[in-house]
Write a protein that binds this ligand. Structure first.
Ligand code: AHR
Length: 271
């Protein structure tokens, strides 16, 4: 039950939120941006949206501009984990709460942000590895397509997968490189892996679906069958990847839900 109290002569001002998004690198990201924008509109929240275009310095500039505009709260999806303390200190001095969403940061001062709303990337990597161990009976030569270097999902998904593989000595990562969470990056890196390792590759572990779909293309262009000749396990569960699972081109995708809008604005409103 929602109650609104109207005081005569007082007009309720909409909440003003600044959202510093990482960029538009993947379909997951597009869905996340859409959730943040549509939910703000639904709730009458004034949203100031800044696309960081994959660069931390753009996100830092956006946060400074939100502070100058005296927003009520700042929401940050940090592209990388480190280097946020100075700008978050500026927000704290201005009395503006910061909510981290999607990705976490590394800081010795946890008072610099109010809370984190996002997924457990480590658990996703662990689930991908456990599924692979069952599927392969613990044997395989894996190439890994990493996400953006220094980002929480790339760090955690990599660490979890490597930790889980210690229980399966027959599963080995033979090469690992960043495709920056982009389809084009996944395709380029996979082409290079295929040239370098040829038929030795039996598994692709992609840190997201866009890179997995890029790898599917590279494998097909090399005249091999993705999902059959090479097993592909990935993370996100975007619509196109689920279709690829149905079509037998990707073997498994672990869900990472991007729809954080409602939770983020519930929290911002409380703050
Ligand atoms: O931080 C979440 C990750 O970033 C998603 O897995 C990926 O698709 C996105 O770009």
């Amino acid at each position: 039950l929602a109650l609104t109290f109207l005081v005569p002569g007082v007009v309720a001002k909409p909440i003003k939120v600044g959202f510093a998004q990482t960029g538009a690198e993947s379909a997951w990201r597009t869905a996340n941006t859409q959730s943040m924008k549509s939910e703000a509109e639904k709730r009458g929240i004034e949203l100031k949206f800044a696309d960081g275009q994959g660069k931390q310095e753009n996100q830092i500039r956006a946060i400074r501009s939100f502070i100058a505009q005296r927003v009520d709260a700042i929401v940050l999806a940090p592209i990388v984990e480190t280097g946020w303390d100075p700008v978050l200190r500026e927000a704290k001095r201005a009395g503006i709460p910061v909510v981290l969403t999607d990705r976490t940061i590394q800081t010795a001062d946890e008072s610099l942000y109010a809370c984190f709303i996002g997924s457990d990337f480590y658990e996703e990597g662990r689930m991908a590895a456990d599924w692979l161990a069952k599927k392969t009976g613990g044997k395989g030569s894996i190439v890994e397509l990493q996400g953006t270097p220094g980002s929480a999902p790339a760090n955690e998904r990599r660490r979890a997968f490597a930790d889980a593989l210690t229980k399966h000595p027959g599963l080995k990562i033979i090469d690992s490189q960043s495709g920056d969470f982009r389809r084009s990056g996944g395709k380029e890196v996979m082409e290079a892996f295929l040239k370098k390792h040829g038929r030795a590759i039996t598994v692709v572990y992609a840190h997201n679906d866009d890179m997995a779909l890029g790898a599917v293309q590279a494998i097909q262009e090399a005249g091999r069958k993705p999902g059959t000749d090479i097993i592909i396990v990935s993370i996100d569960a975007i619509k196109e990847a689920i279709q690829a699972v149905v079509d037998g081109k990707i073997n498994c995708t672990v869900e990472c839900n991007p729809l954080f809008g409602p939770k983020v604005y519930d929290t911002v409103t409380k703050l």
